[in-house]
Ligand binder design. Structure first.
Ligand code: FA5
Length: 350
């Protein structure tokens, strides 16, 4: 039954309660008692259709009038309470940068700032581990530009203009003539030989780009580390020994290197390099990590070095794949998506 008097009385009572409340939650509960799915006004509105036609207009007016009583009060109180809540929140998040630190631990700093500390990305940490190893054996760390001249990325490395090997690495070409996003870290070999001359021992970790789709083992933007050693009398045995020592530093004492014949325009002979290492979950085996070889005499000549006097070796490996092996990561997406929870598994520093 549509009881206009009772509806008006109820709405008056709840409007009074709304005026008096100091809580947004309670205010919303009051609204629900009137306008929720089974609220007084909602049920009354549904009843109108069942009234005799001559009663409907009157009932409609009653409902409009009680809405006009309640709604402005509700909006006004809501605005007032929201502004109070906001002020409280701002006050609670205020950081007093002048407060002296009683405890220098990272956790308490994080608590005081009321925020979450980040973590370094494991690829960044791996690049530093790799650089530290090569510095520890007396090599220097070199770098080069990511937007690279085609000459350094290909020509200086013995890829002729129509050499089919240019298609081996799917290249992003720059808008500026003869520029590319470097497809590997090998152009740093040529830059360093020209800039520094010989003898030269360098490692070059850095970002590289290829038109590969992102999937569980590929990403279009990834990292490599190049190694280059040029001196008098260097041989494949020096390459093998360097890789053995490097893999032990990266994967533990039982790790070792294996070379399998391959082809790169800038090395002759060339090899794929595999690492033997023990998996964290148990078991051990060979896994391919990158390419290597003795630097091609044409590369030395391009850089003004006499290949009759100097020889040397170079290698390049993918750091994302190295990280996947080292930490048993199954999917490349985890490395590139930038989710802080992924980086945090490796701690704040490692
Ligand atoms: C090269 O890039 C040569 N510059 C390596 C080299 C250096 C050979 C010096 C000889 C002397 P390759 O195209 O195979 O080689 O790439 C090397 C490594 O990069 C691969 O083994 C793999 O670990 C990694 N890699 C290649 N493409 C991708 C990709 N799309 N995503 C992630 N890692 C990749």
């Amino acid at each position: 039954m549509f009881d206009a008097e009772k509806i008006q009385k109820d709405v008056e009572d709840f409007t009074k309660k709304a005026k008096e409340t100091t809580s947004l939650i309670e205010l919303d509960n009051i609204r629900k008692v009137l306008f929720g799915d089974k609220g007084i006004i909602t049920l009354a509105s549904k009843m109108i259709g069942k009234l005799a036609p001559e009663e409907r207009a009157g009932a409609g007016k009653v409902l409009s009038s009680v809405r006009a009583t309640f709604n402005p009060v509700f909006e006004e109180v809501k605005e007032k309470l929201e502004s109070v809540e906001l002020k409280k929140q701002i006050a609670s998040e205020k950081v007093d940068v002048t407060v002296e630190s009683g405890d220098s631990s990272v956790a308490s700093l994080s608590e005081r700032l009321n925020s979450t500390l980040g973590a370094r990305h494991p690829i960044q940490v791996l690049q530093e581990d790799v650089a530290n190893f090569f510095q520890s054996i007396g090599w220097q760390i070199a770098s080069g530009p990511e937007v690279e001249a085609e000459w350094y990325n290909f020509d200086a490395l013995n890829f002729g203009p129509d050499h089919p090997a240019r298609q081996m690495q799917d290249t992003f070409y720059g808008e500026q003539l003869n520029t590319v996003l470097r497809t590997h870290t090998s152009p740093v070999q040529a830059r360093s030989l020209i800039d520094c001359g010989v003898p030269l021992y360098i490692a070059c970790p850095g970002k590289v780009f290829r038109t590969d789709e992102l999937d569980s083992t590929h990403t279009p933007v990834f990292h490599q580390c190049e190694g280059l050693a040029i001196d008098k009398g260097l041989t494949m045995a020096n390459l093998k020994g360097t890789l053995d020592a490097f893999f032990k530093a990266m994967f533990g004492d039982s790790a070792k290197a294996r070379l399998r014949p391959s082809y790169f325009p800038f090395t002759e002979p060339s090899a794929e390099m595999d690492v033997w290492f023990e998996h964290k979950k148990g078991g051990a085996g060979w896994i391919e990590l990158g390419g290597c070889g003795m630097v091609h005499p044409n590369v030395l000549r391009s850089c003004g070095i006499d290949p009759e006097v100097y020889s040397g070796f170079a290698f390049g490996m993918g750091l994302e794949r190295t990280l996947m092996l080292r930490h048993d990561i199954q999917d490349m997406h985890d490395i590139v998506e930038g989710d802080i929870r992924f980086s945090k598994q490796y701690g704040l520093e490692s």
